[in-house]
Every structure is written in C-alpha cells, then in structure tokens.
Design a protein around this ligand. Structure first.
Ligand SMILES: [Zn+2]
Ligand SMILES: [Zn+2]
Length: 587
C-alpha cells in the first residue's frame, strides 16, 4: 500500500461519515466538498475499503480518468468503463465508469454491486427515467440494499433546488422527491482557504467597466435568455473592449487566465480582442479532440488565455490558473464558487488568484447558498431565527445599516425537530420532522391551519384552499365589490379601538375597525396581523390599540384588499398577504 497517501483530516471525516451512515441506513447520501478539496482521494479510500463490487460513476471522461488514477496510486487495480477512453472493463471489484457508457451497456452490469459512488452528483435528476436513476434501479434489482453515495461541490440545481432533503446539522431542505435523502458531510470553501488547502482569491473591485444585466427579464430560475444577453452585449462593444484591455494589462504578471463569457457570440468577440497566439476559445460546440489539445496546451502554458462559455466549470483542473475574469451573469452562489474555484488550486510559486467580476453579480464568495433564485438584484442571504424552534434559517432578504433583517423571502422554517415520543407521523419512525413554523402562510378557510402560500389543498384537512387569483377575479366581476392594490396602511387609535386604513395606489381607501378591548376582535386582529408581525420573525399577541400603534412600522400590509358594499359603507372581506399570482402588485 502506498504510505504517502494520508488523508487530510476532513477527508477522513468524510470517509467516516459515509461508513457511519451506511451502517445505519440504505438511504442515498451526499458529501459536499468544495472544488479542490480532493474528492478523488475520498472516493479512492472508500473504494479501497469496500469489500464487494462498487461502481464509480461520473459524466465526463476526464473525471473517470482522474478518479481511476487516484485509486491506482494506492497500488490497487481498478477497471475503466468509458467509450471515450476506449475501455470497457466491468470485471474488477472497482469500476470507474462514465454514466453514458454504462447506460448504453446495461447488460454488462448484471453483477451484485454493494455501492454506487456518483461524482459531480448534482447532475443526477429526480426523474426516474434519467440515466443515473435507471442504472441505480437496475443495480437495486440485484441488491435491494444497494448504497448510493454522491459527491459534489454544489448540492444545488437551478431547476430542482437542493438535491438532498435532510442535512446532518439538523435542518431540512426542500420537499420529497429529491435524488438523495441525506447530506452527511459538508465543508465550506472558506474553511479550505483559511486552512491553506486552497489559494486565497484576490477579489478585486477595480473593474474599468461593467455590464449591467439587471434590467433584463429573468426566467423562473433567475437566469437570462441568451438572446437578451446577446442583444445587450452587442450594444456594449466598447465596454467589452475596455474590459479585455484591462484583463490583458493585469495579466502581465499572471500565468494562466480563464475568462468566462456570457454567450458564444460574446466569447468570440472577447477572443478577438485577445492576443491570437496566446488564446484559445472553448464552447459547447468545440470538437472533443480540439478541446483536449487546447486544454493540454493551456496546461503546458503555451497558451495564456482560455475563453469559455460555461463548459469548463467541472472536471477541469489546471492548478496554475491565477486570474479569473467573470464576464457572465449568474444568480447562483454555487456556480459562482465553481467558476472561482478553477483558480484556487495550490501550485508552486502561486501566491493568490486574481478574481474580477465584470458582470456585476455581487456574489459574495463566502455567502451560503440559499437554494432559491435570487428574488431581486439587491437581495442578500440573511439569517432569520425561527420563533418556534430557534433555528437560524438562511433566506434571501435585506438588512438595514445595523445588520437587522428588514425583509426576507423565507416561507417555512428549515429546522429539524427531534421526533416526539409516541407522536403520530407520516414519516418513517424515528426520523426528525421539519419544524412547521411558517413565516408566510395562507390560512385554511375550513380548519384554520396555516399552509404554504402556494398550497392548493390544506395539509391538515385536505380541503381546497381558494386561490387568491380566483378570489380577485370573482371580486372584480361583482358590482358591489371593491378591490384595491394596497400600497400601505395607516392607523388611528381611539381608546381601545384601532382603525386600519388601507391605501390603494390610486388614492382609494378602505377602513376596518378592531376593538382590542374585546377578546374576540383582539384574537382576530392578532391572527391576521400579530401573527405576521415583522415578516413573521417575531409574531405578537397585542393586548391594546396603543401597543399596536407604537410598533406599527413592523406591521404587515396586505397586497390586495377586497371589500363588499354594505348599505352605508364598504366592509373589508379579505386581505391578501404575500401574493404571488399573475396580477400586478402596488408599486
Ligand atoms: Zn423552526
Ligand atoms: Zn384545513
């Protein structure tokens, strides 16, 4: 055995966490390690420890090769099954394979496997018909106790959100139907940098010019359409030119420069401004052979600049890279980290890696991933404590100059509660339950239970919850109903009575009176307004009108108010909070 392959402490922890988890459970698990943390070594060690057949899957041949080489450096022999590498061996105890090749040759995988390891496992979708799922399904038919372990630096996909459900530090991410059940180990990028396992990024804010993508429309994943981006960039050729001039100037003292362009057209333009003999362009359409040889020449430092369009984010390893220029927009902290991660590998003589963001992404490298598309450009991850269980949630939001959270977009607490003894539960026995505290909610009109704002049926009584859009549409049809887009509320106090005035954006007003001296009215007021106080961060049971008046700055305002005409006045019937439907809200 090769003695110098001693695992770093965190790699050993990741291995231990895996053994520990699979001793107790057959449920699929994920290990999250930043780019450059040495995932291939963790895989090699797990493969070395396995007594029965295991399969290591990944989506690109470069990673198949890397992982296999790392394993063999232990003095062991493993097989490779990859058409791209022209090897189809499946008889070894450990096989390193590309998912496409296995998928196309399922009949060669009829043996009993004990473990499947998936590298870059954020590419696994929850869809049962995907290549990964079909392979897992087949291997499960041979061994129903098959273990599945994924490794990734980015446990998150824009289209799916988190790829796992339960986190070992006691919180839950997302709903059922994730390809992995558990995250069993995770290390942040900052840990790796602070311990000297990765090069320190030198984040420079000296950009001569910047693109502003913020005005472009975004899809539901928060990304821009290529066509829109091209159109915007074609109007800013001078910006691109001066950006590249700066890149070249700063690159004088650098050895390897990677430029991440927004689109293929953009990448071509960027390439045109760079010194021809020192520059390579790689896009999704680049022929595999050309791509391999360009990367080879870049690694040998015969080329200095490597321009690419989101193709070199994973499975690419050139430690000498010491300058990353980001010219593409992204809303994803993970993707941003992946891009920057290309320049953080340790290399001899490398002091740091220059990182310049020319696309105004405003991503903080050390920010945690929120797991949702950024709702607007000036949102940042904020920590919101649950009033129910105390868990510190991370949501998109805004803080004031003192760092207090003034707004957040969280819906439900992500804390995990230990199972209550003898409690009825739909989950398998002994599994912790997600805290049911909701920061935003719709109240079920039938049973009063609090539901997610997008819920169609009550989770408690299963009855249909009225869709706010239907509610608004129905009200708009009625002659004796009034609907206002609420731009804000104001209060007046008269003894124990509190008058709320809802202001429509066109100056309309609706009024509602609560007598907080009366138990019943106080309860209604607290259910509607007290419960939502301070974005649901600090629900309150108010006891008097004066108390409400004093704290009115943090009282919630609905997005729409519906009233019906009575004989002499308009009576408020519905207040629609946290509206997400198709009608426009007040400015
Ligand atoms: Zn909670
Ligand atoms: Zn209900």
């Amino acid at each position: 055995m090769n003695a110098h392959f001693k695992l770093r402490p965190y790699q050993q922890e990741a291995v231990d966490a895996t053994l520990d988890h699979f001793r107790k459970s057959d449920e699929a698990a994920v290990i999250v390690l930043p780019t450059g943390a040495g995932k291939s070594l963790v895989i090699a060690e797990l493969a070395r420890l396995a007594k029965r057949k295991i399969l290591v899957l990944t989506h690109v041949k470069e990673l198949v090769e890397q992982n296999h080489a790392k394993y063999e450096s232990y003095g062991l022999t493993g097989g490779i099954f990859s058409a791209g590498l022209k090897r189809k061996e499946s008889h070894h105890q450990v096989t390193f394979a590309s998912v496409q090749s296995v998928s196309a040759n399922l009949d060669q995988f009829r043996d009993e496997y004990s473990l499947v390891i998936i590298d870059e496992c954020h590419r696994v979708s929850g869809d049962d018909t995907s290549q990964y799922q079909r392979i897992i399904e087949l291997l499960r038919q041979q061994n129903d106790a098959l273990k599945v372990l994924g490794l990734t630096a980015t446990p998150y996909r824009l289209a799916m959100g988190w790829i796992y459900r339960y986190h070992y530090r006691g919180f839950v991410r997302g709903e059922d139907g994730k390809p992995f059940q558990h995250c069993i180990y995770e290390l942040p990028l900052s840990y790796m940098i602070n311990r000297g396992y990765l090069t320190r990024p030198e984040l420079v804010n000296a950009a001569v010019a910047q693109y502003d993508f913020s005005a472009l429309p975004r899809d539901r994943f928060g990304e821009y359409a290529e066509q829109d981006v091209n159109q915007l960039l074609s109007k800013h050729k001078r910006v691109t030119r001066s950006i590249i001039e700066q890149v070249v100037e700063l690159a004088a003292e650098r050895h390897g420069v990677m430029i991440f362009a927004a689109t293929v057209d953009h990448a071509r333009e960027v390439t045109d401004y760079l010194p021809e003999r020192e520059t390579a362009l790689i896009t999704g359409a680049t022929d595999q052979k050309d791509r391999d040889s360009l990367i080879q020449r870049f690694k040998q430092r015969k080329l200095k600049y490597l321009v690419n369009v989101s193709v070199l984010t994973t499975g690419f390893d050139a430690p000498h890279v010491d300058f990353i220029a980001i010219l593409r927009p992204t809303q994803s902290v993970s993707l941003y980290q992946q891009i920057v991660g290309r320049g953080l590998r340790l290399d001899e003589g490398k002091q740091n890696c220059l990182v310049i963001d020319y696309a105004g992404n405003h991503v903080n490298l050390h920010h945690p991933e929120v797991g949702e598309p950024k709702p607007n450009p000036d949102s940042e991850p904020v920590q919101v404590f649950c009033p129910g269980c105390g868990f510190a949630n991370i949501f998109w939001g805004k803080t004031d100059s003192d760092g207090r959270v003034i707004e957040h977009f969280g819906r439900r607490c992500q804390g995990l509660l230990e199972p209550s003894e003898g409690g009825e539960s739909a989950e398998p026995k002994g599994r912790p339950q997600q805290c049911d505290y909701r920061f935003r909610f719709k109240e079920c009109p039938h049973c009063g239970a609090e539901n997610d704002i997008a819920a169609r049926n009550c989770h408690e009584c299963q009855k249909a919850i009225i869709d706010p859009d239907d509610q608004l549409r129905d009200a708009l049809k009625l002659k004796d109903a009034m609907v206002i887009r609420c731009a804000g509320i104001s209060l007046t106090v008269d003894g124990s009575k509190l008058r709320i005035t809802y202001h429509g954006e066109d100056g309309e007003e609706l009024n509602e009176l609560f007598d907080l001296g009366k138990v019943g009215q106080r309860a209604v007021f607290n259910r509607i307004f007290g419960r939502r106080f301070a974005n649901g961060q600090a629900p309150k049971a108010f006891s008097s009108a004066d108390e409400v008046f004093e704290l009115q700055a943090l009282l919630p305002a609905p997005d729409f108010v519906i009233a019906r005409k009575q004989k002499h006045y308009w009576q408020v019937q519905e207040r629609v909070f946290d509206y997400r439907g198709r009608h426009r809200k007040a400015y």
